[in-house]
Design a protein. Structure first.
Length: 488
């Protein structure tokens, strides 16, 4: 997955457990892994999406027909940890890649031979693919961008030459036809380069290198479907846009501009000729025909591949103007030659943040609950629990996802999962409630919890530790604590 999620200092779950030891009853089981932010305004807490598995950086090298892998913090002229290269690999002008941590696979598009090759995540040297997607029925024609949709078990690829986006079952191989193809004049596709599947908002985003645009569609768009919105025009400063990253938590869209030597950042839903909210450009940045862009939410960094000077440059996530990199990977030992796209994996625990918009509320007032979950190292499948414990100490108010973007509530003696048996992906849940005056009075304790799918959520052995991270962007009057109730 890209983009991803997607911070401030990390507070450990060990400290959270200690702080909650005074809470009575079942709340002791649940509340220790919660961050609650309280403010008189609408609370906001979030992280960008991120991939997870190991602290590694993966880069495609088009001129070398290779994929090189480094430690995530690699800098200077260092040799890779491992290199995937050789005739048996099937790599031929490798362009984009995705690390599928759920299925422990590495997926690569090959521009020169119209294929997608899949390997074990740790593959090195002259390793043959686990499977290869190639042939006339696939519709691949100059494949560039790639996204693995772990939620819907699909593989999404852009084809530069025939202005299309094709979607396959994740495990498609050989000469498999697409499940659906997005193509035609109404789509606005023009030299489609990168592609992002935004599972949270159920959207598909494409950068159009020849069209100087970013087009956005429903995730399942097919045929000659027009975009939901188009980001294009002189104010955007898009100039041969290539790489694309969507930060669903901070609600931002990041684009590399190949001929503009820049990274431009917009509101996620920007449309028309919208100006960037910030621009990273200038000689000090080291940007030189930038191609790929990725957001490391765990470490709050922005990473860019540069084909002009065969480098990978890394910046603070919010870097702007002529900001120098905090580190640069470059030199003959690195093996970087005509680098394409890159992916970052991290080893952080999942992050849970919960925000409320009032310390105390009265009849007629509305509270807004927002929970943000960011992936870390977890089992393949999890159950997600979100909600609050009522003042009686035994009744749970559970938030339940009833459809895309739709949430309902359930009251009962046991919590009900928000989602069951799902891979953990960046998730934001918002829920507002207006108090009528008939609700139980007292203290309500919010909770966020991950457990092993299908297990008893009250047993500590089944509970997955969550990292607690306060958000530095919170307003000055907002209190961020490990455990904080709201009172009615």
């Amino acid at each position: 997955m890209k983009g991803f999620c997607r911070g401030a200092r990390v507070a450990t779950t060990r400290n959270a457990a200690r702080d909650s030891a005074t809470k009575p009853g079942r709340d002791r089981v649940w509340a220790w892994a919660v961050t609650v932010a309280l403010t008189a305004l609408v609370g906001v807490a979030g992280r960008a999406p991120t991939a997870w598995a190991e602290e590694e950086l993966f880069v495609t090298d088009r001129a070398n027909n290779s994929v090189t892998v480094y430690t995530r913090t690699a800098s200077g002229n260092i040799v890779p940890l491992r290199t995937l290269s050789g005739g048996a690999t099937g790599l031929s002008g490798p362009f984009d890649l995705a690390v599928d941590a759920v299925n422990n696979e590495l997926v690569v598009t090959n521009y020169n031979n119209n294929s997608v090759t899949v390997y074990p995540r740790t593959a090195s040297e002259n390793t043959a693919p686990l499977r290869t997607l190639s042939g006339g029925a696939t519709g691949l024609s100059g494949p560039v961008g790639l996204a693995v949709d772990a939620v819907n078990n699909e593989l999404v690829v852009t084809s530069f030459f025939d202005n299309s986006v094709t979607v396959y079952p994740r495990t498609a191989s050989e000469n498999t036809a697409p499940l659906r193809t997005l193509s035609g004049g109404a789509t606005g596709l023009s030299g489609p380069s990168d592609v992002v599947v935004d599972s949270l908002n159920n959207e598909l985003l494409v950068s159009n290198n020849l069209g100087n645009s970013v087009t956005v569609y429903p995730r399942t768009a097919t045929g000659n479907t027009a975009p939901l919105r188009i980001l294009s025009g002189p104010a955007t400063l898009l100039h041969a846009p290539f790489g694309l990253a969507v930060d669903v938590v901070n609600n931002e869209l990041m684009v590399t501009n190949f001929f503009g030597n820049s990274v431009t950042v917009y509101p996620r839903t920007a449309t028309g000729s919208t100006a960037p909210v910030r621009i990273l450009t200038g000689t000090a940045t080291g940007l030189d025909f930038p191609v790929g862009v990725a957001v490391d939410a765990v470490n709050n960094e922005l990473m860019v591949t540069n084909v002009g000077n065969n480098s990978v440059t890394v910046y603070p996530r919010t870097a702007t103007e002529n900001t120098a990199p905090i580190r640069t990977l470059q030199g003959t030992n690195t093996g970087l030659v005509n680098p394409g796209f890159a992916a970052i994996t991290t080893t952080g625990s999942p992050v849970a943040s919960v925000a409320l918009n009032n310390v105390a509320v009265g009849t007629g007032q509305t509270i807004t609950y927002q929970a943000t979950l960011t992936p870390g190292v977890t089992p393949t499948q999890v159950d997600i629990y979100l909600g609050c414990l009522l003042p009686d100490g035994v009744t749970f108010l559970s938030l339940i996802q009833t459809g895309p973007g739709t949430t309902s509530i359930s009251l009962g003696p046991s919590p009900i999962p928000f989602q069951s048996n799902v891979p953990l992906v960046p998730t934001i849940v918002q829920f507002s409630y207006q108090f009528e005056g008939s609700e139980p009075r007292g203290t309500y304790f919010t909770y966020a919890r991950l457990t092993v799918a299908g297990s008893n959520p009250f047993l500590p052995a089944n509970q997955i530790s969550l990292t607690i991270e306060p958000d530095p962007s919170l307003p000055a009057n907002q209190i961020s604590l490990t455990i904080q109730p709201f009172t009615f």
